[in-house]
Ligand binder design. Sequence first.
Ligand SMILES: Nc1ncnc2c1ncn2[C@@H]1O[C@H](COP(=O)(O)OP(=O)(O)OP(=O)(O)O)[C@@H](O)[C@H]1O
Ligand SMILES: [Mg+2]
Length: 242
Amino acid sequence: MIRLENIHKRFGDLEVLKGIDVEVAQGEVVCLIGASGSGKSTLLRCINGLESHDDGRVTIDGVEVDRRKPSIHDIRTSVTMVFQRFNLFPHRTALENVIEGPIYVKGEPRREAEAHGRALLDRIGLATKADSYPASLSGGQQQRVAIARALAMRPKAILFDEPTSALDPELVGEVLAAMRDLANDGMTMLVVTHEMGFAREVGDRVLFMDGGLIVEEGPAESVLTDPQHDRTRDFLRRVLNK
Ligand SMILES: Nc1ncnc2c1ncn2[C@@H]1O[C@H](COP(=O)(O)OP(=O)(O)OP(=O)(O)O)[C@@H](O)[C@H]1O
Ligand SMILES: [Mg+2]
């Protein structure tokens, strides 16, 4: 479904992506790990055109991601993103945050968007918080609203960029649980994460990125427990000993 071929990206003199090839099949959960600055966020942002790439090709179900083409609007609604910081509108309730995109970007009738939005909030255990404002929700609840918002667009795939790393440790579990449910329901997911337990349990595959390249990839279990490259081994040793 998602295909990146030989993606290069530079910021001025800095080459951040140095020829990346990635494929994510429908229903697959792929976890992307790697040190800070290795290019993980940039890679995700190139997939839905939040960032332009300098070379190579990104396609979603065969449609090329090109920020200059009108098709980019469809791509941004079919591949949605959940960020480290939830980016909810503070002056809108949870439900209003969730239905904003469907109504204003996709033109869904309000009544339909609300019914779908309430069902999504229910699904992530926040049915009673539909009318609450973000400030009155915990970080974990806000992040679950952000997940409901990403789902409200009825996406083909969701990209997660360290969705739990801004949370207090005791709130991480509820967000990972919501993501696990999504994965079990067959959602296609590409997840940048430092949660190795999640990657191992939920990830079908793990990609290890270092210095703008995918250094190692394979089934989650084998990359995480029996890495073949020194750089992967060093990285895992550092994150697991934290
Ligand atoms: N808009 C930008 N302009 C200039 N440099 C950038 C920009 N965005 C990212 N970079 C640089 O590109 C490199 C990769 O950044 P990126 O955010 O993709 O890394 P990351 O792997 O997501 O790191 P982290 O784990 O800290 O989130 C970094 O050196 C960063 O400083
Ligand atoms: Mg990042």
